[in-house]
Design a protein around this ligand. Sequence first.
Ligand code: PMV
Length: 331
Amino acid sequence: MKASSKANSNIALIKYWGKRDKKLILPQNSSVSMTLDSMGVHTTVEFDEKYDKDIVIINDQELPEGEGKKEVTDALDAIRERGKSQLKAKVLSKSNFPIGAGLASSAAGLAALALAGTKALGLDLDSRELSIMARRCSGSASRSVDGGFVQWIRGEQEDGLDSYGKQLFPEDHWPEFRMVVAITSLAEKKIKSRAGMSKTVDNCPYYNCWLNTIDEDIEKVKDGLARKDFTLVGRTAEENCMKMHALMITTKPSIIYWNPATMRILHSVMEWRDDGLESYFTIDAGPQVKIICLEKDLKTIKEKLKGIEGIEDVVICKPGKGAELTEDHLF
Ligand code: PMV
């Protein structure tokens, strides 16, 4: 009753922001992401009668009872429901990047949990079923089951069985495509995405405008990816990110995930672009900036980032692979 898996984070080019069903984690809109090759989580899950409660250890720290642990035990409940089991579990997870800071750690962590957890209960899910399971653990995790470029289809059904991540293009589709993750703060964010998006749906006067333009953004980015039109993909992703942050900022009370270093990077990317260095940015529910660029410009961008105050670390990501099982158990 033990299984282990590895899964990578993903970063959305077209964002998911808002749920239409909080329990099943059904999104208001479809989204498109890239699975990253160098930000991953390795997880071992064991269900056994010897545990009288769920034990969750992340990066060598056992989680105390509370909000953070509840996210994982809720995910375990969804897995138990699917596997018709009452057994408690021990979960041990290690990530190779900071968690809870807007780096999509929940996507990687909960996709890895969905895969190892269902396997540990003897289930053999196909990619669509696994994505639905991962979605119930954390929305964006539905996009980390597959590698490369993935669309999380919104779906229409109330049971959520048509809302899952589907690979658009595999990881070797566009080998020159890069995301440069500029980390500006390692602190855990104060407002988790789950709470942030719920406030936005309830309070932001522009939320419907967002929904009205999403399908167009999705089509543009899919077309751009298919034709490897870097300008179309980058520009659409940046505009979509700005629309999402505009929603956050105009929610009452306002939600601002950016810090001064975030702003410095945005301005720099725009200036470089005016000077002919084509790159774009996207930002999630945190202060980190992901710069979208092509391999040929990496060296110049890394050099330029060195001159910006407040960047703690830089991680270069290529399109990466989807979640997979491993025999390498962590306990
Ligand atoms: O799945 P969550 O609850 O971590 O929400 C992810 C929200 C964003 O990262 C801001 C957007 C996205 O599509 O990944």
